[in-house]
Design a protein around this ligand. Structure first.
Ligand SMILES: *[C@@H]1O[C@H](CO)[C@@H](O)[C@H](O)[C@H]1NC(C)=O
Ligand SMILES: *[C@@H]1O[C@H](CO)[C@@H](O)[C@H](O)[C@H]1NC(C)=O
Ligand SMILES: *[C@@H]1O[C@H](CO)[C@@H](O)[C@H](O)[C@H]1NC(C)=O
Ligand SMILES: *[C@@H]1O[C@H](CO)[C@@H](O)[C@H](O)[C@H]1NC(C)=O
Ligand SMILES: *[C@@H]1O[C@H](CO)[C@@H](O)[C@H](O)[C@H]1NC(C)=O
Ligand SMILES: *[C@@H]1O[C@H](CO)[C@@H](O)[C@H](O)[C@H]1NC(C)=O
Ligand SMILES: *[C@@H]1O[C@H](CO)[C@@H](O)[C@H](O)[C@H]1NC(C)=O
Ligand SMILES: *[C@@H]1O[C@H](CO)[C@@H](O)[C@H](O)[C@H]1NC(C)=O
Ligand SMILES: *[C@@H]1O[C@H](CO)[C@@H](O)[C@H](O)[C@H]1NC(C)=O
Ligand SMILES: *[C@@H]1O[C@H](CO)[C@@H](O)[C@H](O)[C@H]1NC(C)=O
Length: 449
């Protein structure tokens, strides 16, 4: 019995263990099945995560749609955009948005000759009746940008030179430009021979601009009807033969460069006079294929003797040049001069004292980099024949037609590949004592207007 029981038990036991085994196998199968499902799920999960992370806008959409249904109406405008005063496209303001379109189109119309102005726009509305709408906007045309700036400003030298060094990369002009000559007067005080220059400029408005660098910025009263009125630029003290002279020249060039219509740049002193009428000088300068910076190599104390060996390697002795400070250059060379931060610092550091950078900086700089387009001569006549540190001065009795004609036609030189006897357009040094007779002879001789 016991045995039977045992057997029975054993049987029962045997059946139980069989079942156990069966269930265990089933469990194992289930386990693998679950594991498989879990694995696949995990894979999909990881893939989705990457996908969603890469495209955040999808993330955004998912968030949007997962919001409770009562927020499904269009999301409110953010406080930032709701305060923008532009018409928000909204069913009620549909006509306004039409008007707005018309406005945008209109302001996009380019008219370079029109100056900024406030316009009352008359805009045809969509239902084709005219609706007059007072629209308050200022046209920003190119004309505002091209306007000749005031001579006086409050820029520092550094700011001024940087601004002046800007150059358009597109060379074809989208507007008509009348090129101007910038007459730049570097003076100690007032332009002494101003009455003669007034006669010279008369009737040629729009073809020239004037800049005066004088220190101390003498507030001598320039009459309102004078061509020199309001033409003083912010100036600093200048010492003869020192680098401050070059700084003043660069200051004048930079101010003149701010006016895009200035294409030629002439440096003059208070003792300079014109030798021809405006139209002759204008054409001569404009038509020239060369720039006029006097430059020559001069052995001896007052030439090569002023070279400093510390200027190497930027400037070598063989590159050292001398020449008159009174130049006539074009816009390209003017831009290069105000932008020169390679050679000028060498002069600032080593060309002093008794080095006279005003006679060496520009001739040397131009001869190193831009000699191809330079004539190596100046258009300003001067007489050094008497010797000494200063050229001859001219007083009342020196001025007569014969003398003036000698300056006008007395030499021969090259102009655009041809020999000419018009080699000087300006002359120095004339004193105020000569003014009276200059005014008497010059206009008739030179055929001023
Ligand atoms: C709009 O701007 C005004 C002042 O500029 C401010 O008081 C107001 O709270 C702004 N409205 C919104 C919706 O931000
Ligand atoms: C807007 O234009 C519709 C026709 O496009 C016109 O019926 C409606 O009167 C206009 N509303 C206003 C305010 O001008
Ligand atoms: C530009 O405006 C001026 C005056 O404001 C006008 O004389 C000229 O005809 C206009 N040019 C064009 C192309 O609209
Ligand atoms: C433009 O509108 C202003 C103010 O509404 C008005 O004084 C002026 O006369 C208007 N100008 C023209 C040309 O209609
Ligand atoms: C056009 O607009 C005017 C003024 O808002 C309105 O009186 C007129 O009914 C509109 N015409 C049409 C065809 O919608
Ligand atoms: C136009 O703008 C000026 C200032 O910008 C303002 O004083 C004037 O009231 C405005 N006029 C209109 C009609 O919006
Ligand atoms: C220059 O002008 C200032 C103010 O405009 C005046 O105070 C000063 O006295 C003037 N100097 C000369 C030399 O006229
Ligand atoms: C300027 O002088 C030249 C001769 O030197 C003359 O032919 C020309 O007509 C003069 N110009 C004017 C505008 O008088
Ligand atoms: C200057 O050049 C223009 C155009 O090339 C020409 O018409 C004019 O005669 C020239 N003037 C002189 C003085 O060479
Ligand atoms: C100007 O001088 C340079 C040397 O500094 C020379 O190479 C050039 O040919 C000269 N130009 C003219 C036009 O004489």
């Amino acid at each position: 019995m016991k045995n039977k029981e045992q057997q029975g038990k054993g049987d029962g036991k045997g059946a139980g263990s069989y079942l156990n085994l069966f269930f265990a196998q089933l469990d194992l199968l289930n386990f693998f099945g679950h594991a498989l499902v879990f694995g696949i799920g995990l894979l999909i999960g990881i893939t989705l995560t990457f996908f969603v992370k890469n495209f955040s806008f999808i993330n955004f959409q998912i968030q949007q749609f997962s919001l409770p249904s009562n927020t499904l109406k269009p999301p409110p405008f953010s406080p930032i955009s709701s305060n923008i005063s532009l018409p928000i496209p909204d069913i009620k303001t549909k006509n306004e948005s039409h008007c707005f379109e018309g406005l945008v189109l209109d302001s996009g119309k380019k008219n370079t000759s029109s100056s900024p102005q406030k316009d009352n726009q008359t805009i045809p509305s969509s239902n084709s009746t005219l609706v007059t709408k007072v629209v308050n906007f200022t046209r920003i045309g190119l004309s505002e940008f091209l306007k000749s700036p005031m001579a006086m400003h409050d820029m520092s030298d550094e700011e001024l030179l940087w601004k002046a060094s800007m150059v358009p990369m597109i060379h074809k002009l989208p507007f008509k430009q009348t090129p101007k000559v910038a007459f730049m007067f570097l003076t100690k005080g007032p332009v002494l021979l101003a009455p003669l220059w007034e006669r010279f400029f008369k009737g040629n408005e729009g073809l020239y601009s004037i800049y005066v660098h004088s220190y101390p910025s003498s507030n001598e009263t320039v009459p309102k009807n004078s061509v020199f009125h309001g033409r003083n630029i912010p100036s600093k003290e200048v010492r003869w033969g020192e680098n401050s002279m070059i700084e003043a020249e660069r200051r004048l060039l930079a101010n003149a460069l701010l006016d895009f219509s200035n294409q030629r740049f002439v440096l003059l002193s208070e003792s300079c006079i014109p030798l021809f009428n405006f139209s002759t000088i204008y054409t001569y300068l404009m038509n020239s294929t060369k720039t006029f910076v006097e430059a020559y190599d001069l052995p001896g104390e007052v030439g090569r003797g002023r070279y400093r060996t510390q200027m190497r390697p930027q400037i070598r002795l063989s590159q050292w040049r001398k020449g008159s400070q009174w130049f006539q250059i074009d816009r390209f060379l003017a831009l290069q001069t105000v932008s020169d931060y390679h050679y000028f610092p060498v002069f600032l550091k080593y060309c002093n004292p008794n080095c006279y950078s005003d006679e060496h900086y520009l001739p040397t700089f131009v001869s190193i980099k831009f000699w191809k387009r330079n004539s190596n001569r100046t258009l300003t006549w001067v007489d050094w024949a008497k010797g000494g540190a200063h050229p001859s001065r001219y007083y009342r009795n020196d001025v007569n037609n014969e003398f003036l004609n000698k300056l006008r036609f007395g030499t021969s030189c090259d102009y655009n590949g041809h020999t000419t006897n018009i080699c000087h357009l300006f002359a120095r040094k004339f004193t105020t004592h000569a003014l009276d007779r200059l005014l008497r002879f010059a206009p008739k001789l030179m055929q001023f207007n």
